[in-house]
Design a protein around this ligand. Structure first.
Ligand SMILES: *Cc1c(COP(=O)(O)O)cnc(C)c1O
Length: 424
């Protein structure tokens, strides 16, 4: 038995399922999880000393690759001054100035500790601002694990095959209405059925938790229009896309401005950070200015801010990072299309996905059509050959600045091998 297996046996005795987040379990691919002991650049190393080229990147934060010296050194400097004060710091001001400077729609921003918390808080602000209760979300979009968001959610919820979570009171889910991604008519219908009652429409501007599903032309602009016509707030959940699809995120890439935006992952560079921000008149409803209460003992933590700031400043000063990961993404998608005939290849920028279904994949239903048993065989084939991808069909392949053309060519070649062995 390897060290990972030993650790997993111990973990299962004291942690539900042996993991602190269900997406880390390898159950759906029929394996036990690798325990990771360290990571550097595009490589991660497991407890048995095996190296893998990593296409998870901690589920998005590591856009510069693991253990980037600029981020690590910023953390080392911050740690020397103390871990937490529970009081205002200069780091937080700099972070807020940076985010507001990067994203025109964000006039005020509040730091929190996770993407889940960012979404939960943004939704509360939208409800407080509009004085309405109902929300529209899209099937297959994941917005963290708060009660109101665990309705037709993507990511681990989709992999586990449980459409909704136990423990969510029906009263919490009642106000969450579900529309189909890329289907403006389904949103129009909900507005028509609930006149004056919808506080917000929340969307992943590129859906990256049901595999990767791009917004069809006009979809995001159509949501903007529908929200304007109906007095609802448009919330972009940019926890994955923020600072990834462009420095200004999906809003910059697609030229659509949201009323509220949520961040996580890249904004913390691997530390537990989230943020929500948006139009001044909405954000001024948040305490202590307004009556929407939201707080956090560790929010804006100085070490976490130092990490995030170092990464974001590096990205701002090195636009060539975006050019590099963008071209790697294009190269990988081209390679996958050649390597995997009969499979849909999707993606945007440095997010890619190979669906074990011919597609086109445009929403939850068409994503769900993927052959997950075949995905599990593919996953094991890659892992055996030193390539670490998310252990689920319904997650993205994440590229970082540390990846090379050689890496993505090797990934495509390995996948081509898988398809050849499958035939024999
Ligand atoms: C990861 C994710 C979240 C939740 O963030 P956590 O930090 O895991 O709470 C929310 N929305 C999207 C789009 C995500 O990908």
């Amino acid at each position: 038995m390897g060290r990972s297996e030993e650790l997993f046996e111990r973990a299962k005795r004291v942690i539900p399922g042996g993991v602190n987040s269900p997406v880390r379990a390898f159950g759906s691919v029929g394996l036990t999880p690798r325990f990771i002991s360290r990571a550097d650049r595009q490589k991660i190393y497991d407890a048995d000393g095996r190296a893998y080229t990593d296409y998870v990147g901690s589920w998005g934060p590591m856009i510069l690759g693991h253990n980037h010296p600029v981020v690590r050194e910023a953390v080392e400097r911050a740690v020397k001054d103390g871990l937490s004060f529970g009081a205002a710091t200069e780091h937080e001001v700099e972070m807020a100035e940076l985010v507001c400077g990067a994203v025109p729609s964000v006039e005020l921003v509040r730091m929190v500790n996770s993407g889940t918390e960012a979404v939960m808080s943004a939704v509360r602000a939208a409800r407080g601002f509009t004085d309405r209760d109902k929300l529209v979300k899209f099937a297959g979009c994941y917005h963290g694990h708060s009660d109101a968001m665990l309705v037709k959610a993507g990511s681990g919820v989709m992999t586990a095959g449980v459409p909704d979570s136990a423990g969510v009171p029906a009263s919490c889910a009642r106000d969450t209405l579900t529309a189909a991604y890329n289907d403006l008519e389904s949103v129009e219908l909900l507005f028509a059925e609930n006149p004056g009652r919808i506080a917000a429409v929340i969307v992943e501007p590129v859906a990256a938790n049901m595999g990767v599903v791009e917004p069809a032309g006009g979809f995001l602009k159509g949501l903007r229009r529908l929200c304007d016509e109906n007095g609802a707030a448009l919330i972009f959940d940019e926890v994955i896309t923020g600072f990834r699809l462009a420095f200004g995120g999906a809003q910059e890439r697609y030229g659509v401005e949201a009323d509220l935006v949520t961040y996580g992952k890249i904004i913390g560079a691997g530390m537990p950070v989230g943020a929500y921000g948006g139009r001044r008149e909405i954000m001024e409803r948040v305490a202590p200015v307004g009556s929407v209460y939201q707080a956090g003992t560790l929010s804006g933590n100085p070490v976490a801010m130092a990490a995030g700031l170092a990464q974001l400043r590096y990205l701002r000063e090195h636009p060539e990072v975006y050019a590099h990961i963008e071209s790697l993404g294009r190269r990988l998608r081209a390679g996958l299309r050649e390597a995997a005939p009969g499979c849909a290849v999707t993606g945007a920028g440095s997010l890619c996905c190979l669906f074990f279904t011919p597609g086109p994949v445009v929403d939850y239903t068409t994503a769900k059509a993927a052959d997950t048993a075949r995905f599990a065989r593919y996953f094991r084939f890659l892992l055996d050959r030193g390539i670490y991808t998310a252990p689920s069909q319904f997650e993205a392949l994440f590229l970082s600045d540390a990846h090379t053309e050689g890496d993505v060519d090797a990934l495509a070649a390995c996948i081509a091998d898988f398809f050849r062995t499958e035939k024999n």
